[in-house]
Design a protein around this ligand. Structure first.
Ligand code: KIV
Ligand code: ZN
Length: 412
């Protein structure tokens, strides 16, 4: 029995929609030091479904019995729409993918893992760069080409939705890459993923490769080019956006950008760039922005990977303002120094951080928020005390501001 048609029927009607494949539970779990239990993987998968991702790459079923069981559980629950509400007009439930090396044993295990889902996907990865062929596979280009063709064909005999990843695409000879991709398209792959496996490509270069591939397969209409970027040089999200701007209609991303080594492109950054710069990209995703904060926090808690404070979108400082000039602007209108609305993203860090760069307006606003009313003269004296304190420490807490105000009141 073959399955997976629904995904393509729905997707082909939405050409201006970017498919978001979340690989937090596969590439993300490959972050050094991260290991999730089956129950934790399920909890994250349920939250990813609430977030509205189109495809959840649930794991690598052939890697262990526990991993296979975890993928199966996700496929038969989240993959059948259990535990979350219908998302208006969207693909429902999310597709469930499993990663597989290009051999029959892995493909069988992957199919065992994902087949219970309404929209299952087998994702086959095979290296194509000469470096990987020589040192990792010890095979010739001709041998790898044959394996790619045979294994995609085999996977298609099980499942309608087969994705092929040419591992290390960005260090692969272009003519050979095209030869392999042509072969797997003929064998039935519907998604061609172009991984920048070692985070080597630059945005203009990666965008160009994606554009050439989109042009190459445009006439077919049923082939989607996918971007998959790593952050070794700090440009994973930029590369992912370059891929989208050049025609990729699937991107593979993770929550908080976790993943192998320096990590993967961050789902939250990618989606918010598409949303915030909608007139530039003119594209949609199915992501529910209110679930961004809760998803980021859940993944950080369960993986034990703390977010850096200055992480875009969900870092503690992403919507915090310290300098007086900025605080003054924010108090007059948030759009002066904010390009997104934290409240719309399920985030609570909308505050002004009071420190040595803060101005009188922000101080007055904070006093009001804490319930203290002062006349101008008293406020000025309190502000001087606050500045003295701020000069000798990183920031001044609400408790310390309260203490200043109470001292002022006792001196009245
Ligand atoms: O980075 C990579 O090449 C991968 C593949 C398995 C898609 O994660
Ligand atoms: Zn990867």
């Amino acid at each position: 029995m073959t399955m997976g048609k629904d995904f393509w029927e729905i997707r082909s009607k939405e050409p201006d929609r970017v498919t978001i494949l979340d690989t937090t539970l596969r590439d993300g779990e490959q972050s050094p030091g991260v290991s999730l239990t089956g129950a934790e993987k399920l909890e994250i998968a349920q939250q990813l479904a609430r977030l509205g991702v189109d495809v959840i790459e649930a794991g690598f079923p052939a890697s262990s019995a526990g991993e296979l069981a975890a993928v199966q559980r996700i496929a038969e629950t989240v993959g059948r729409g259990q535990g979350h509400a219908q998302r208006g007009g969207r693909l429902e439930p999310p597709g469930i993918a499993g990663l597989s090396r290009a051999n029959r044993h892995d493909i069988d295990k992957t199919w065992e893992g994902v087949r219970a889902a309404k929209c299952p996907r087998i994702h086959i990865v095979l290296p194509t760069s000469d470096i990987h062929l020589k040192y990792k596979l010890e095979k010739t280009r001709a041998q790898v080409l044959q394996i790619a063709r045979d294994m995609v064909s085999y996977a298609r005999s099980l499942c309608d939705d087969v994705e092929f990843s040419a591992e290390d695409s960005t260090r692969t000879d272009r003519d050979y890459l095209f030869e392999v991709l042509d072969a797997v398209v003929d064998a039935g792959a519907r998604t061609l993923n172009i991984p920048d496996t070692v985070g080597y490509a630059m945005p203009a270069e990666y965008g160009d490769l994606i554009r050439v591939l989109c042009e190459r397969y445009a006439a077919r209409g049923d082939v989607v080019i996918s971007g998959h970027c790593h952050d070794d040089l700090g440009v994973a999200t930029a590369n992912t956006l370059a891929a989208i701007a050049n025609g990729a209609r699937q991107v593979e991303v993770t929550i908080n950008g976790i993943g192998e080594r320096a990590g993967n492109a961050c789902l939250l950054e990618t989606v918010m760039a598409l949303h915030t710069r909608k007139p530039f990209y003119g594209l949609e995703t199915g992501i529910d922005r209110h679930e961004i904060g809760p998803t980021s926090r859940l993944v950080s808690t369960l993986t034990g990977m703390a977010l850096q404070a200055n992480k875009a979108i969900t870092g503690a400082n992403a919507f915090a303002h310290e300098s007086g000039i900025h605080q003054d602007g924010i108090l007059k209108n948030r759009s002066t120094y904010e390009i997104m609305e934290a409240s719309e993203l399920g985030l609570d860090q909308t505050g002004l951080v009071l420190g040595k760069h803060s101005g009188r307006n922000a101080f007055r606003a904070k006093l009001r928020e804490l319930g203290f009313a002062m006349e101008d003269g008293e406020l000025n004296r309190a502000f001087v005390r606050f500045k003295d304190m701020a000069d000798s420490q990183k920031s001044v807490s609400e408790a310390e501001i309260r203490a200043i105000c109470e001292m002022m009141e006792s001196e009245r």
